[in-house]
Design a protein around this ligand. Structure first.
Ligand code: GLU
Length: 303
């Protein structure tokens, strides 16, 4: 790996330079390198310098010199890509840069959706996912997750003109959700708990938004902008997902219903059984205990 004098200013300068390059280049919306990282102090944290051997999967990332991370591109404060500059920002971006810095490697971001993040992890195109990825027992059977670094809640966005203000008002409505998300199941559970629907036959393990018809129905979309468009067009009555994701679509004339539910704990996801999972978990635990995460929460107004 090339030796670099990475101080914070050069991290920023590098990110700007690379994003400018990406702007004039190809396909910067789906994948672009950003941020120069790695200096003598961060190299000490790789374990190499401290004498601790890295596991084979983690060492492979160090040898490659690039940490490939799946991130969101439209979740302000978590993973957001400026359309003008191509530059990514947010808490998950900062965490990824810090993780790369600790490994002494560069970071490369690939934009993922709720539907694509696991495919890209499984195929080995990315090393980890930092993309508002909720930890669930079901998902833990297929991927490793770190200790949570943030907890969000699910809510529902509607057009004010719809008159929908509560969970009960969603009875008989068609709700837009993202494929591969926890949203539909969370909403059904919340409506059952609220007494709005009976939920006979509901099973968290086998729940499928495509076939659910008791009291509320769902249309699944590949990405969030498409749900927002469908909400404006009136082809769906409501848009349900984590509040952090909805924020960017809460434009004038739209409101959240009067309920938030289903805590969503976000963790870094890695391939199941990889030694990099342990490395990431140690990293998150350190970031939680040394105030790094709290710092990002206030920096990005996520309180
Ligand atoms: N956080 C939720 C999930 O993991 C919502 C989907 C998303 O992250 O886009 O299912």
């Amino acid at each position: 790996m090339k030796k670099r004098n990475a101080i914070l200013s050069s991290v920023l300068a590098g990110a700007m330079l690379l994003s400018l390059t990406a702007c004039g280049g190809t396909d910067d919306s789906s994948s672009s390198s950003a941020a120069e990282t790695g200096d003598s102090s961060s190299a000490a944290a790789t374990g190499e310098a401290s004498g601790e051997a890295l596991g084979a999967d983690t060492q492979a990332i160090v040898d490659r010199g690039i940490l490939r991370v799946g991130v969101k591109n439209a979740v302000v404060g978590f993973g957001y890509q400026d359309p003008a500059t191509g530059e990514y920002s947010g808490m998950e971006i900062e965490l990824a840069k810090k993780l790369a810095d600790q490994l002494g490697v560069d970071v490369e971001f690939t934009t993922v959706t709720a539907a694509t993040r696991t495919e890209l992890l499984d195929s080995g195109d990315i090393d980890c996912v930092l993309a508002t990825f909720t930890i669930t027992d079901e998902r833990k059977q297929s991927w490793d997750f770190t200790t949570p670094y943030y907890t969000d809640y699910v809510t529902v966005l509607v057009e004010d003109s719809s008159g929908i203000t509560s969970l009960a008002d969603l009875k008989g409505k068609l709700v837009g959700v993202s494929s591969g998300s926890t949203s539909a199941r969370s909403l059904v559970e919340a409506m059952i708990e609220d007494g709005d629907i009976e939920g006979t036959g509901f099973s968290a393990d086998t729940f499928d938004p495509a076939t659910w018809t008791d009291g509320v129905t769902f249309q699944q979309f590949d990405d969030y902008p498409a749900i927002s468009t469908a909400l404006s067009a009136g082809t769906v009555d409501a848009f349900c997902v984590d509040k952090s994701i909805l924020a960017v679509y809460k434009t004038e004339g739209r409101s959240y219903i009067d309920a938030q539910f289903a805590p969503q704990e976000y963790g870094i996801a890695t391939k199941k059984g990889s030694d990099f999972s342990t490395y990431c978990n140690d990293f998150v635990e350190t970031c939680l205990s040394d105030g790094t995460i709290d710092g990002y929460i206030s920096e990005f107004n996520l309180g």
